[in-house]
Design a protein. Structure first.
Ligand SMILES: Nc1ncnc2c1ncn2[C@@H]1O[C@H](COP(=O)(O)OP(=O)(O)OP(=O)(O)O)[C@@H](O)[C@H]1O
Ligand SMILES: [Mg+2]
Length: 237
């Protein structure tokens, strides 16, 4: 595990005058170039500012920080659910807004939530198929869901089993980026260890860029890199 946090100072000069990433950042799958976000409305305030950092393939990152520091906000920008109010996010050198956020969400990334977000009235297999064209049994074997559970409604699974189904759904399709918000927040230690193992294999065996927002010291210890949000977020200083 290594700690990230000083890359923020590398922001100026990370892109060329034409707006293309500099050679130093070509290896980044996702590059945040001066990203900021302010919630608008009555109590409008800037949550993120001047974030410059990168995320590579084949790597599992843990993004950590105190409650309210903006982790979920950052993840929603990386997921293309919202657009930064300043700066930009590049996927392999291209602004994710260029081809449309809808296409980005559909093709380039998948999301895992703390509360699983499975469809209750569908079976385990059917939920996995919602993630994209795939062989659900292969994916369910990978995440350790036995054949006997696969025809069941997801309501009849434990929390840890439901989270594994959610990860199998995220593995359907060909997205390069897997994002997870507190994926082990509701799970006991042993189940958490199995989820960590599945996420690490997504990075190391499938070559995905895996970014996990977490409060868990065990997830941080298992990650290849830990990103402390307050160290790269100028709104926090
Ligand atoms: N829809 C919203 N409108 C206005 N402010 C919001 C909204 N969502 C979040 N915030 C504020 O933005 C800040 C960051 O919230 P965010 O949910 O990103 O934090 P977090 O780091 O994920 O926290 P936690 O660890 O508790 O999940 C907080 O001050 C929060 O109150
Ligand atoms: Mg959050």
């Amino acid at each position: 595990m290594t700690y990230q946090g000083n890359k923020a100072s590398a922001c100026g000069g990370s892109t060329s005058a034409a707006g293309a990433p500099s050679p130093a950042h070509e290896e980044e799958t996702l590059l945040l170039d001066g990203v900021g976000y302010a919630y608008r409305g009555k109590d409008s305030h800037e949550v993120l500012s001047g974030i410059c950092t990168g995320f590579r393939e084949k790597t599992m990152y843990a993004v950590t920080g105190p409650s309210g520091s903006g982790k979920t906000t950052l993840l929603s920008l990386l997921a293309g659910l919202d657009a930064p109010t300043s700066g930009r996010i590049l996927l392999k050198g291209k602004d994710i807004r260029e081809g449309g956020l809808l296409a980005y969400r559909r093709d380039a990334m998948s999301l895992v939530f703390q509360s699983y977000n499975l469809i209750d009235y569908l079976t385990v297999r059917e939920n996995v198929l919602l993630g994209g064209p795939c062989d659900p049994d292969t994916l369910l074997t990978r995440v350790g869901i036995d054949a006997g559970l696969r025809g069941r409604s997801v309501l009849r699974l434990s929390g840890g089993q439901q989270q594994r189904v959610a990860i199998a759904r995220a593995l359907a399709g060909t997205s390069e980026v897997l994002l997870a918000d507190e994926p082990t927040g509701n799970l006991d230690e042993e189940t958490e260890a199995s989820i960590i193992d599945v996420l690490k294999r997504c990075a190391h065996e499938d070559g995905k860029c895996v970014i996990v927002v977490t409060h868990s010291s065990r997830v941080c210890a298992a990650a290849d890199e830990v990103v402390e949000l307050s160290r790269i977020n100028k709104a926090a200083s």
